[in-house]
Design a protein around this ligand. Sequence first.
Ligand SMILES: Cc1cc2nc3c(=O)[nH]c(=O)nc-3n(C[C@H](O)[C@H](O)[C@H](O)COP(=O)(O)OP(=O)(O)OC[C@H]3O[C@@H](n4cnc5c(N)ncnc54)[C@H](O)[C@@H]3O)c2cc1C
Length: 391
Amino acid sequence: MDHQNQSSQSGIVIIGSGLAGYTVIREIRKLDKTTAITLVTREPGYFYSKPMLSTALASQKSPEQLASTNAEGMAAQLELTILGETDVSAIDTASQTIETSKGTIAYGKLVLGLGADQIRLPLEGNATDAVMTVNDLEEYAHFRKALEGKKRIAILGAGLIGCEFANDLVSGSYEVDVIDLAPQALGHLLPEAAAQMLQLKLSAAGVRWHFSTTVKSIDRNGDVLSITLANGSVINSDVFLSAVGLRPRLDLAKAAGIATGAGITVNRHLETSAKNVYAIGDCAEVDGLVLPYVMPIMQAARALAPNLLGQVTMLTYPAMPVMVKTPALPTIVSPPAKGAVGDWKMNAIEDGLEARFESSDGKLLGFALLGSATAQRGSFTKELPPILSSE
Ligand SMILES: Cc1cc2nc3c(=O)[nH]c(=O)nc-3n(C[C@H](O)[C@H](O)[C@H](O)COP(=O)(O)OP(=O)(O)OC[C@H]3O[C@@H](n4cnc5c(N)ncnc54)[C@H](O)[C@@H]3O)c2cc1C
């Protein structure tokens, strides 16, 4: 089927049906009900909330239940055309068209909401095909299938996603081993003392930690996965989940000659280096920042929608703390900006910890709140400088 000429030259085409793609569409529809919007996505086009993937066991949700609205429902609700299960293979910025597995589509404005890939570390052994990642609903459905009738899960990576899955899995009575090259959990987000508190709570819930090492090889012995660590120990497990970080999807942009850095480079109007092409979400780098979280997407979508409709609007980022969904010890973090100069100051309170990252003149530049201290989230957030201000 050839979709050329089906979407008008002046229409908006969005690639990607993740939170970025759908949030932009919602914001456009708040401002404008008539502009033609076409959503092209590899996924079926359903809407789901990705953060719920790492809490679905505890909240007793099946993968099917996580897709809150199907493609038809989204198309009707937001008055748009959805091309689901459609792969985009090229962007031609001169003719303003994209090549898809269902034909060529013309765009007036193009939004790249392509997301990011889970990084896969090169591992040795005869069972590397058993390495699982969870970065979308389909992968999560495979993961849940793999868990059926199984007991032991090994997770490579003690970052936000690794820790959240570890907590969710122990709450579902699985045995969980977590391996990380860093000497602590959430190495990019938490100071050591805070990480230790979280580790203790998760240990009490049943998580076994293997820090300062990594996985060397993964081999199959009958039904069992035998995971050899760089420090020589061997973990026997049934399922292996890799959660070692994300890499923005850049290939489409690069092949089209669109500027990229760590992400697809955009300015404060979310414009890429190509005319009429914009980027948002996990694939985008705004003013040097790649922030793969929900709050930045919400902010960016509110700025992008008016820009797409011709109302020049500049993106600002307030302080945007991230909640780590570890019910064993609820945690909220707002890490200091890269290169920020200051020191962590700890204040242990009953059932919690306040960690402040302060400059030498006492200005709050970042924080971590654990346990009962999470109640202070509002006042700490107010005290922080914005990440991207309007000046
Ligand atoms: C388990 C988990 C828990 C999380 N929890 C939190 C949390 O608690 N708080 C928080 O702030 N953040 C959290 N995050 C991060 C947050 O979910 C992401 O930042 C956000 O969902 C990214 O949305 P996105 O639309 O940019 O990318 P994605 O959701 O990855 O969407 C990308 C879309 O692009 C499509 N696509 C890509 N390439 C092509 C192509 N060539 N052709 C067609 N379609 C294409 C994909 O199919 C997909 O539809 C979590 C992430 C994970 C994995």
